[in-house]
Design a binder for this molecule. Sequence first.
Ligand SMILES: Nc1ncnc2c1ncn2[C@@H]1O[C@H](COP(=O)(O)OP(=O)(O)OP(=O)(O)O)[C@@H](O)[C@H]1O
Ligand SMILES: [Mg+2]
Length: 234
Amino acid sequence: MHELTKKFGDFIAVDHITFQVKKGEIFGFLGANGAGKTTAMKMMCGLLRPSSGIATIAGYDLKTQSKQIKKRIGYMSQKFSLYNDLSVTENMQLYGTIYGVKPAALQVRIRESLKDLGMEKYADKLVGAIPLGWKQKLAFATALLHKPDIVFLDEPTSGVDPIVRREFWDRIYKTASTGVTIFVTTHYMDEAEYCERICIMSNGKVMMIGTPTQIKTDIGVDSIEAVFSKFVKR
Ligand SMILES: Nc1ncnc2c1ncn2[C@@H]1O[C@H](COP(=O)(O)OP(=O)(O)OP(=O)(O)O)[C@@H](O)[C@H]1O
Ligand SMILES: [Mg+2]
């Protein structure tokens, strides 16, 4: 993407951001509350129209081909995106259908996903009744039902315990290893270290981009946390 920008009135939420993400890469988006991470992600998903700038997502032009883009991406929103009053299977059926998966293939995909997650026993439980860590993993699996090229995860591990976060990251690695590009936001500095490259944002602007090691070396500190406190002014 090149100089992608979003203004809300006079306020610039995303300020001329430019970078490229490789296929199959795990790319992390870091920044304080209000830095513009979600807004940038929503533009990349075709959910928000950019004020200016250009982007190519999964090979399609954001301005003219957002319909095609939506078919090739998965999105897990910052707020939990499944319906609490539908069962695990019903949620997957609903989202799979919205993502355009044909009914027969969808049944197979749902079975495979639940097996892979070890969630078969939850298949008929209401989503509202299962633990948050399971919900998050389920939301991730749901965003993958249509086998997208890129999946956008907005704070997918927020509020879950360290063990579940580690398990979630194992799933991220497994998914990326199949060639799916992972675009993830997080406030957890240990997770930043799990990314292949990270982008640090502040006030809508890109402050730094690189591998965690590169960034730490460039700044001359030994943790991403130290980089973060240096760059991110609240
Ligand atoms: N629809 C909107 N109208 C006006 N301002 C908005 C809108 N959406 C977001 N903003 C503002 O844009 C800025 C960036 O918000 P955004 O949600 O992208 O930040 P974020 O980096 O995702 O933060 P967080 O870490 O809290 O999720 C904030 O100041 C927010 O209040
Ligand atoms: Mg956000």
